[in-house]
Design a protein around this ligand. Sequence first.
Ligand code: MLT
Length: 244
Amino acid sequence: MKVNVLLSPNNVDELYFTGKTSVAIDVLRATSVIVQALNNGAKEIIPVGSIDFAMKISVNAHGGQTLLCGERNTKIIDGFDLGNSPQDYTKGLVHGKSIILFTTNGSKAVVKAKYSDKLFITSFNNLSIVAEHLTELDKDVEIIAAGSHGMFCMEDTICAGALIQKMQSLKEDIEITDAAKASLVLNEQFGSNVLEMLRESEHGKLLIKNGFEDDLKFCAEIDNMPIIPFYKGGEIKLFKKNNI
Ligand code: MLT
């Protein structure tokens, strides 16, 4: 079993993922939102790559059963129901609903990896259960750090490193690429206090400046939502073993 980390999804094209087992990470905040929404009973998340497309598909959505969600420049988009703060995705609001999600980097990273044979979503909130499932699958894995505007970012790379560390604790002889090794080293160096690491990250600082400091605390929680979000046919749902 070999594990690679894509330090930015921009380094590859969509076809790169064909037939692969992939995991998408955008700690601040898209994949933390996805985990929270599904944990609170959302029916599905529909990740999209543009606001126009989000608007277009929401027109055909059943009134009341679909929420249009996401952010531009970290803030809620005009006409949308929710922004990108995980704790806004409460049971009361999202239970049983379909969520159309557009975000600057995270939803686009998921869409980019859509040709994967299997595509999972993780954040610090569900790290161990995803690591366990990946080691059980015993297939080569591509971890996609969503990054920021096509660039490397600390929090996604460190989360990738934490995921690999967990996998190594469960399975011997995992082969790792140079990028995976670098992610492990960064996690060893900066991952012991996740909240502090998020506060010191570029995007974390921007979120604090824009009034979203509480989101960082939420996104820093480890394994508080042991669920596996799984992408199939344009939708992210809770993974159930007999569904795939
Ligand atoms: C993204 O996809 O870039 C993020 O989730 C942005 C954010 O913090 O809302």
